[in-house]
Design a protein around this ligand. Structure first.
Ligand SMILES: Nc1ncnc2c1ncn2[C@@H]1O[C@H](COP(=O)(O)OP(=O)(O)OP(=O)(O)O)[C@@H](O)[C@H]1O
Ligand SMILES: [Mg+2]
Length: 442
């Protein structure tokens, strides 16, 4: 689930410098590809996957400036850091003029190098966020994972018939959003969608609210009122938190479901209602049925088309898309620039378990957009309880041999399997490297 590290292409005619830079970059968790001249760099760029280029200015055949020009016209989304060999203001100005994002003049400290890379990576992020298309589905829900696709199939199925739907999902997973999606895509969409929070209305009032009453049928009934069922006639009623209804109310609901008619309080004449019923719960209804808290006959009547919405921790692959969606949404609603988010902050969002699901994530992004006003969002902007998922200790249950094999493979991958270069970076000779690789195969 962890995001792939940024791939940095380093271009320098001096192999010692190349290796030195590569070691530093790899030590910070980025991955590197190395080229000793511009034409080699262009080949690597063509192969794709490069996020950032770090190039020397002065090179024998084609200079770094030419490389920057090429990048500008062919890969406008890849930022460049230019290294100027001597503290030449002209060189730096020229580099920036042709489009380098940052420049470093030799000699520079590790800190200056990492700072320049960090700054350029922020730009990579911003460009990616800006250009990344956010795929939505026809229902306005965000998420492309297999679990969400399954949800969309279920929603689609329920829009083509009139069966009662029971939506089950943890708090904040989008139950109401799904209920609305079903209504507005079904043939009931022209008539009202009426949401009723069964948990929020006191038991004594619920009956009057749902079925309506005739004037004078009880003290306080000063006028005749249609209840939610009649209001929703021709449309859909959304019975949210259905598990919160009392057993006696469940009997009354069962009658409506069976007979498709309601008795207003104070009336002996039933009124026909043509209503699509969508119920929702965050409770385990079958368990409640077993424990006697929910009638099994009502459960079976409701559960004709069950729809399960997975909690966010079951489809973490959708987290990035949701983050981008809400960043865009709240930035544009508040006329603020879309902020970028630092790597470690994104990582901790990807590994967090989101007990409050999409609502929790949405609220967090909203707060961040407002508080950061376009500045980069960092770890310090996360609430305390989320910071636990940061800086997870590395897996300490690996042997030295395993760590060595992993590290060697990573270095080899970073130099396109060039054994001499890899051996150089690793500080061993080629023969030793070959022997080690042979050992790994056994
Ligand atoms: N897949 C999604 N894509 C975009 N927004 C979503 C998605 N799922 C949920 N949301 C947003 O998250 C918030 C919570 O959604 P909703 O109110 O539908 O959840 P719920 O399951 O009904 O929660 P509760 O159980 O607390 O009532 C809403 O602002 C909704 O727009
Ligand atoms: Mg809800």
């Amino acid at each position: 689930m962890k995001k792939a590290p940024e791939q940095i292409l380093i271009v320098d005619d001096n192999t010692d410098t190349l290796q030195m830079l590569s070691r530093k970059i790899v030590s910070k968790g980025w991955s590197s590809l190395l080229a000793t001249d511009v034409s080699q760099a262009l080949q690597l760029l063509d192969a794709g996957g490069i996020d950032l280029v770090l190039t020397d200015y002065k090179m024998p055949k084609i200079t770094g400036l030419e490389l920057i020009r090429h990048l500008n016209s062919h890969y406008p989304n890849i930022p460049v850091i230019m290294i100027t060999g001597y503290p030449s203001i002209e060189g730096a100005v020229e580099a920036v003029k042709v489009g380098a994002e940052e420049y470093l003049s030799k000699p520079f400290t590790d800190e200056e190098l990492f700072k320049a890379i960090d700054a350029a990576i922020v730009k990579v992020r911003q460009r990616k966020t800006r250009t990344q298309e956010i795929p939505t589905n026809p229902y306005g829900l965000i998420g492309n994972s297999e679990q969400m696709q399954e949800l969309y199939r279920k929603i689609h199925k329920s829009t083509t018939n009139n069966a009662t739907v029971l939506i089950h999902g943890e708090s904040g997973t989008g139950k109401e959003l799904v209920a609305r999606a079903i209504h507005y895509h079904s043939h009931h969409s022209k008539a009202p969608f009426v949401p009723v929070n069964c948990g929020a209305i006191p038991e004594t009032l619920l009956e009057a609210e749902l079925f309506g009453y005739l004037k004078g049928s009880f003290t306080g009934a000063n006028e005749t009122r249609a209840g939610y069922f009649l209001t929703a006639d021709g449309g859909s009623i959304f019975l949210d938190e259905i598990s919160e209804t009392s057993l006696s109310m469940q009997v009354k609901l069962l009658r409506v479901l069976q007979d498709r008619q309601v008795y207003m309080i104070g009336s002996k004449t039933p009124r026909k209602v043509n209503v699509r019923i969508i119920a929702a719960t965050n409770k385990d209804l079958p368990l409640l049925v077993k424990q006697g808290g929910f009638r099994d006959d009502l459960f079976f009547r409701l559960n004709v088309l069950p729809i399960y919405i997975p909690p966010l921790r079951e489809h973490p692959e959708d987290i990035s898309m949701l983050i981008n969606h809400f960043l865009k949404k709240y930035s544009s609603e508040n006329s603020l620039p879309i902020p970028s988010i630092s790597d470690d902050t994104i990582n901790s969002m990807l590994t967090y378990t989101w007990p409050g699901n999409v609502r929790e994530l949405e609220n967090l992004i909203y707060r961040m957009v407002i508080l950061c006003e376009g500045q980069q969002i960092g770890i310090s902007d996360l609430p305390e309880h989320m910071k636990f998922s940061i800086n997870q200790t590395p897996n300490l249950l690996r042997s030295l041999a395993e760590v060595e094999q992993e590290y060697i493979s990573a270095v080899l991958a970073s130099v396109n399997d060039n054994k001499s270069l890899a051996a150089n970076i690793l500080g061993i000779d080629r023969k030793t490297l070959y022997n080690k690789l042979k050992d790994f195969e056994n």
